[in-house]
Ligand binder design. Structure first.
Ligand code: AMP
Length: 214
């Protein structure tokens, strides 16, 4: 199954993608995680992406398309994958379609997690993550056992620069302007399923499985 998870920043794409990986072995391809790793490693890509990400804007399409094309060729993607954070523009969606066609593949389903704006901002600004294992927490909804430290490996948790209030707001605007039209692109192909993204992660995951017929 080749799946796209859509949803504004804070909608819970990463959390759900990790569950799909745990249950079905579908690799989670998070362009945000790939870019953050490039920033940490200070690669050429990372150096270009960093100021753009910190401002809450989108990294240019041609860079993103190249990253995805390379990633989709890896052996672990041959039995299916979950795209989390890509495509974010209609141009990326079109490029993805052409690239998959060249590989003899297609997208089977697109699920959009729908969450009201006020809750998105609250989730985003309260989010903390482990820079080592990438586990995600929330200061009130899903706090770690020891405040400020990862349950799994004890690493000090961090707040992403782009989850701080000003960038968080900017990212919501960018989603509404540039990424929401991607939903129409997939709706026109009959692939889009909107899912209520408010509630417990377990409950949402159960609905997600139902939507995928699993
Ligand atoms: P995320 O973790 O998915 O919220 O992504 C964090 C940031 O990485 C975004 O705010 C963008 O600056 C950048 N980014 C991630 N995926 C994409 C994409 N598909 N196109 C453009 N920029 C992206």
């Amino acid at each position: 199954m080749n799946l796209i998870l859509m949803g504004a920043p804070g909608a819970g794409k990463g959390t759900q993608a990790r569950r799909l990986y745990a249950d079905f072995g579908l690799p989670q391809i998070s362009t945000g995680d790939i870019l953050r790793e490039a920033v940490r490693q200070q690669t050429e890509l990372g150096k270009r992406a960093r100021p753009i990400m910190e401002a809450g804007r989108l990294v240019p399409d041609e860079l993103m398309v190249g990253i995805i094309e390379e990633r989709l060729k890896s052996p672990d993607c041959q039995k299916g994958f979950v795209l989390d954070g890509f495509p974010r523009t209609v141009a990326q969606a079109e490029a993805l379609e052409h690239m998959l066609a060249r590989m003899g593949k297609r997208i089977d389903a697109v699920v959009s997690l729908e969450v009201p704006l006020a809750e998105l901002i609250e989730r985003q600004t309260g989010r903390r993550s482990c820079p080592k294992c990438l586990a995600i927490y929330h200061v009130t909804h899903n706090p770690p056992k020891r405040e400020g430290f990862c349950d799994k490996d004890g690493t000090a948790l961090v707040q992403r620069d782009d989850d701080k209030p000003e960038a968080a707001k900017k990212r919501q605007d960018v989603y509404a302007e540039q990424t929401a039209p991607v939903k129409a692109f997939y709706a026109a192909k009959g692939l889009l399923r909107n899912l209520n993204g408010v509630g417990s992660p377990d409950g949402i995951y159960a609905e997600l499985r139902k939507a995928l017929g699993k």
